[in-house]
Design a protein around this ligand. Structure first.
Ligand code: ATP
Length: 231
């Protein structure tokens, strides 16, 4: 579904992503892990079109999208929930969700299905996004992405800054999406949670992929070594 070949992403002279190649198949769930500064957000943002790709090639559903605008990527079914959620705080939950529909892709995600997936949002649907708890904001950000009927959902640090109980709730919802067959790439700092959620673990270190294995074929020790560059 997604094919990245030898991607480089730079900030000025600095190569934050270095020669990354990654193949993602339909229905896969991938946990992208790595220490702070490893390049995870940079890679995801470049895949979503929020940062330019300096060199290499990116294709989605067999179409080259290396330099496509981010809205064209959403139209093709690729949607990113960025770190920090980025909601319109003066708009209500419902209005934020409906923004996801601006790009009208065929599919069965609508307000009702988002509210079924995130039941906590229902009674707050007319509240301003700025007044919501962190968990409600995260659910709204994911719901907004789902409203565009993505085929590939990219989630950057969904649990950041949330209490453990709220993280459990957010994960219960994204597990439903995973079990329904949605293809998901997720950045997660909590290794155990990442391994439990995803079928595949991809670890980055200093801009490169240093481990790419099915979670069933690896273990916490091997992943931790890759994470710290100890292999
Ligand atoms: P984190 O978990 O801290 O978000 P990450 O793995 O997502 O880490 P990135 O945020 O992608 O890492 O950062 C990769 C590298 O690029 C880091 O060295 C970081 O300092 C650098 N970097 C990130 N954003 C910028 C920017 N806007 N300008 C310059 N350098 C940047």
């Amino acid at each position: 579904m997604l094919s990245a070949k030898n991607l480089d992403v730079r900030y000025g002279q600095f190569r934050a992503v270095r020669g990354v190649s990654l193949e993602v198949k339909q229905g896969e769930t991938i946990a992208l892990i790595g220490a702070n500064g490893a390049g995870k957000s940079t890679l995801l943002r470049a895949i979503a079109g929020a940062l330019p790709i300096y060199s290499g090639e990116l294709s989605f559903k067999h179409k080259v999208i290396t330099h496509a605008a981010s809205c064209d990527r959403v139209k093709q079914g690729l949607s990113l929930v960025p770190e920090g959620r980025r909601l319109f705080t003066e708009m209500t939950i419902e209005e934020n969700l409906l923004l996801g529909k601006t790009i009208n892709r065929a599919g069965d995600w609508d307000l009702d299905r988002v509210f079924d997936t995130f039941p906590n949002l229902v009674k707050r649907r007319h509240a301003k996004a700025g007044s919501l708890s962190g968990g409600e904001q995260q659910a709204t950000a994911i719901g907004r992405a789902l409203m565009s009927n993505p085929e590939l959902l990219i989630l950057d640090e969904v649990s950041l800054g949330l209490s453990p109980l709220v993280v459990d709730q957010v994960y219960a919802s994204i597990e439903k999406l995973r079990d329904a067959g949605t293809t998901i790439i997720l950045v997660e700092q909590a290794l155990d949670r990442a391994i439990a959620f995803a079928k595949r673990a991809v670890c980055m270190l200093e801009g490169r992929i240093v481990l790419d294995k099915l979670t069933a074929d690896t273990n916490r020790h091997e992943i931790t070594e890759a994470y710290f560059g100890l292999q």
